[in-house]
Design a protein around this ligand. Sequence first.
Ligand code: PMV
Length: 330
Amino acid sequence: MSGLIIDGSVTARAGVNIALVKYWGKAPGRGPQDLNLPAVPSLSLTLEEPWTETTVRFDPEAEEDSFVLDGEQLGEASLAQARPVLERVRELASVRAPFAVESVNRVPTAAGLASSASGMAALAVAALRCAGLEGDLGLASRVARLGSGSAARSVFGGWVAWEGREARQVAPPEQLDVIFVVAILDAGPKPLSSRAAMLRTASTSPYYAGWVEQARHGFDEALDALDRKDLGRLIAAMEASTLRMHACAMAARPAILYWQPGSVSVIRAVERLREKGLVCGWTMDAGPNVKVLCARHDASTVVAELKRIDDIRSILLSGPGGGTTATVRS
Ligand code: PMV
């Protein structure tokens, strides 16, 4: 642990992550430090890219925190997500000075990959380092979680499990030589945020209790498959978790349906590839885009099949990434 960085700045970079076993639903908490506690365990892969790079410094002259994202000053509403992260770091370090934050999102326009995970992970790592509290990735994960649940996982590289207060790496990036082929569809109206959707699912879906009850089993199955480097079984667990999460959300009132016709076209394409013997599988999060997981050497075959689908606007490929990095400038 080193001292508080008053004059310099810290830049941290974190990659997005894609959940194979989904986090969907929050556990009740008692105080501000219990924000975004998960009701179910999840398993994800942190990607090489897209990523967010965030520079943080203390600004003792300022009256309040400031946040510039991709060159634009954020208003109070957008800052609300980052606020619990910054407050917690100040509290841990017993400092009062406001933070000045500048963040760059290297997420292709409308990629539909949530940047809040990489964004809040980079912010937590940079702010903690700035406050002289670096070194403990568990702490960084707990702090990142306050900004966005899934950010707890993006602090780590490779294969990451999250249950309870913090995430942990369960296998290094090279455990499986895979690629996520992301099919970006014409997104249409902005989908309901995952935060709002989770709350609605938990309070109105008759299947929510079943979702929570079966989650541990699916998680254990995925961890075991990952441990044995069994991509086929890992994919089966990923698709089961995805379908159960979406089925549970679809049964909410009002219904939450992220799927579009193009989403189903991608799923059918994956099924066709599987019928031909290719090991691949799909997953979806709080939006219509579909992420296809396959062995790296099969990526071109998957891309060729997806290119036949008219609704796909672009295709992004990304493999396992390392953990968050931080650079100090004094
Ligand atoms: O933490 P949030 O608000 O980004 O929620 C993430 C929810 C899903 O992406 C749908 C699932 C997951 O585990 O990442």
